[in-house]
Design a protein around this ligand. Structure first.
Ligand SMILES: C[S@@+](CC[C@H](N)C(=O)[O-])C[C@H]1O[C@@H](n2cnc3c(N)ncnc32)[C@H](O)[C@@H]1O
Length: 323
């Protein structure tokens, strides 16, 4: 994805930007010292200045920092915003900050390096009594249909004479961004987890269960979040939400679609374990009828995106065993 376009997409997400504007207006005291971690094009630094910040340290290691420098100047904030072309770990601020603002999320907020960098940065630079914005993200889940599922078409033998099994397995053990319609969830969402910032990445695991009111096919699990920026101000990335959302939802495909009858229960154990440079996701689903399991399926990104972990578990090549 073109990085510049991605940043434009983030600033054109009006629900997100308006919520940050409102939250900053209530969190920034006149003359406050603010850090904008992962400043991108500098939008949150400008909003912090408009809210009355005295000084803003905008930390951004990517080339977009050059755009931030220009955007800050074109908005009359150059005298108050200092752009630091470095990642969080390398940032040296001349003073502690009263407020640490950021949006380091992707489709989901669970991005291991970003969360760790945020927590370390807060440890180093947040003044005693200082605040973080956002305060928390709540992760919500619901079983959903996904009729256009590409990997199911591939599994059905889409390329004549070619076994696509390994590719289908790899895709089926991963999650991806999907922009789901409001009608995609088959039941009311359940809260899976909540992270309160600054948050030191840790394993998240919780059972989820739904009782279906009417018959439906569940292709996978949708996961999204509700951001609480400051008390009473936030936004949701729920399916069918605002059309210009820069987040979408995460779609976790089930091993096989579940054909659910009215009254069936669908139970899912969803977990995210920090490992190497990212989270390993595992989702294990069970369809129950009158309390008895009638179908199950288990998937994990362990098989596709934790090569470091897999290497560690793999036995050493035979020739190299022993001293
Ligand atoms: C989702 S964008 C948000 C940009 C901007 N703050 C906004 O709200 O539109 C996250 C930004 O964080 C930056 N970033 C990622 N990891 C970082 C780190 N460890 N230290 C500083 N910035 C980081 C990325 O380069 C990216 O520009």
């Amino acid at each position: 994805v073109n990085e510049l376009l991605r940043h434009l997409g983030m600033v054109l997400d009006a629900v997100r930007v308006d919520a940050y504007r409102e939250a900053l207006a209530s969190a920034v005291r006149p003359g406050a010292v603010v850090a904008d971690l992962g400043a991108g094009c500098g939008i949150l630094s400008v909003l912090a200045c408009q809210a009355g910040a005295g000084r803003v340290y905008a930390v951004e290691p990517a080339p977009i920092a050059d755009v931030a420098r220009r955007l800050v100047a074109s908005n009359g904030c150059a005298d108050r915003v200092r752009i630091l072309d470095t990642d969080a770990a390398g940032a040296e601020l001349p003073e502690p900050v009263d407020l640490l603002v950021s949006d380091l999320r992707g489709t989901l907020p669970l991005r291991l390096p970003q969360l760790a960098a945020h927590a370390d940065f807060a440890d180093r630079w947040l003044a005693p009594g200082g605040a973080v914005l956002p305060l928390a993200d709540r992760l919500l889940a619901a079983p959903c249909r996904h009729p256009a599922s590409l990997h199911r078409r591939a599994a059905a033998g889409a390329v004549e004479g070619v076994d696509l099994g390994p590719l289908v397995d790899a895709v089926g053990n991963s999650w991806w961004r999907q922009d789901l319609a409001a009608s995609a969830p088959l039941a009311a969402p359940r809260r899976w987890a909540e992270i309160t910032y600054p948050w030191r990445p840790a394993a998240l695991a919780a059972p989820l269960a739904w009782e279906l009111e009417s018959a439906a096919t569940a292709d996978g699990l949708a996961l999204w979040f509700e951001a609480e920026l400051v008390a009473g101000v936030g936004y949701t990335t729920a399916p069918g939400g605002h059309a210009d959302s820069c987040y979408g939802q995460a779609f976790f495909p089930f091993a096989e679609p579940f054909e659910l009858a009215a009254g069936d229960e669908l139970a899912v154990e969803l977990r995210a374990d920090p490992a190497g440079g990212g989270f390993v996701w595992t989702w294990e689903a069970e369809q129950r009828r009158a309390g008895r399991a009638v179908a199950t399926g288990r998937r994990s990104t362990f098989y596709v995106d934790a090569p470091g972990l897999l290497d560690a578990l793999r036995p050493p090549p035979l020739g190299k065993v022993g001293p």
